[in-house]
Design a protein. Structure first.
Lengths: 213, 145
């Protein structure tokens, strides 16, 4: 009887330790959720220039609601003349989100290609414009074979959760703060890349504070 | 002898307390180094409290324009500085050109600007708390609403 009591006490103790351990691990995991940063990197190979901007999403989340300027108030941008009264954008998005991964739109022209797709919880937009030559500096160095390749390529990947948060409400407002919050909860991702001649622009999210990725 | 010891202790206590007060806001550091032969080298480390105290002596009418411009942005500035304080060290902006390298970062509660080009290197470090206080003082210099 005494041994059974001792065994029971030891088992209770073990269960207690395991439960407390699990709670502690959960708390630690929650506390150590890494800060997310949005990075913007602009590279110009021909000029040897690089601009890098790294912004903590929490900073943007705190600062944007304090800005009251133009169409931006309380973290929301009012979009004026967009008539969407006949379109239920939220229902449309919900339908797209619940549909299987697919390429929804493909437009192919002589010098341009546009593709809109949904893949792994993201909206993906690819635009390739072979005619684009927007960089004036590129025109001057046409003799340089190294930078002969022309055209613009834009890839945009946006988590559907971010688009949902950004969708305008009844007051025709885009909720930037909600979108940033959704972005900080999303996984690390490359959001935008733009290749234009010798220039490359990248926007991505990760937990590095110096954009060293 | 005991009186001397008491005096020394009192003086030491005052110096330590004064040092603590002066350094409580951190230090502003400015370093300029011209790379040309015989160029200027300036290295200045000042208690950030000097900015605070110095602003008290600036005539208010000279700060009125700045106050009017800065006041609408006070909540934004405070929110940004608070968020920067709570963040770890972060490199916010880095610009690298052929002959120039510029970084704007936060390091140990201070905002640090480093410029390195062909002609000179410049380093400026200012505690975020000092910037916050200075901006508050400038904003307070304008007419009350």
């Amino acid at each position: 009887m005494n041994k059974r009591l001792q065994l029971g006490a030891v088992l209770c103790l073990l269960v207690g330790v395991v439960v407390m351990g699990a709670v502690a691990v959960k708390k630690t995991a929650a506390a150590s959720t890494p800060e997310k940063f949005i990075h913007v990197r602009v590279n110009d190979v021909s000029k040897g220039e690089m601009v890098s901007v790294n912004l903590p999403l929490s900073l943007a989340e705190k600062v944007i609601p304090t800005i009251h300027n133009g169409n931006l108030h309380n973290g929301k941008v009012t979009i004026g003349n967009v008539d969407m009264q006949d379109v239920d954008v939220r229902a449309l998005l919900a339908a797209v989100a619940s549909s299987p991964d697919n390429e929804f739109v493909t437009v192919k022209e002589k010098d341009q290609e546009v593709r809109v797709a949904k893949s792994k919880g993201n909206f993906i937009i690819h635009v390739t414009d072979l005619n684009s030559d927007s960089d004036e500096s590129n025109k001057s160095d046409k003799s340089d074979k190294k930078y002969e390749k022309r055209g613009q390529k834009v890839d945009i990947t946006i988590p559907i959760s971010v688009v949902n948060a950004l969708v305008p409400n009844e007051k025709q407002e885009l909720d930037l703060v909600a979108a940033i919050h959704a972005l900080s909860n999303a996984s690390e991702a490359l959001l935008v890349t733009v290749h234009d001649g010798t220039q490359e622009v990248r926007i991505w999210i990760d937990s590095q504070n110096d954009g060293s990725k | 002898m005991i009186l001397l010891a008491k005096l020394a202790l009192g003086t030491l206590g005052t110096v330590v307390a004064a040092g603590g007060v002066i350094s409580s806001e951190g230090f502003v550091s400015v370093r300029v180094h011209e790379k040309k032969p015989g160029g200027t080298h300036v290295s200045l480390i000042l208690p950030a409290m000097v900015i605070d105290s110095g602003l008290h002596f600036v005539p208010k009418e000279n700060l009125r324009d700045a106050a009017e411009q800065v006041r609408p942005w006070l909540p934004t500035i405070h929110a940004a500085i608070d968020a920067m304080k709570s963040e770890g060290d972060t490199t916010f902006v880095e610009v690298r050109e052929e002959n120039q390298h510029v970084t704007v970062a936060t390091r140990n509660g201070a905002i640090v600007v480093d410029v390195d080009d062909d002609g000179e290197t410049v380093h400026v470090s200012t505690p975020l708390r000092a910037i916050d206080n200075a901006i508050d003082q400038i904003a307070a210099a304008g007419p009350k609403n």
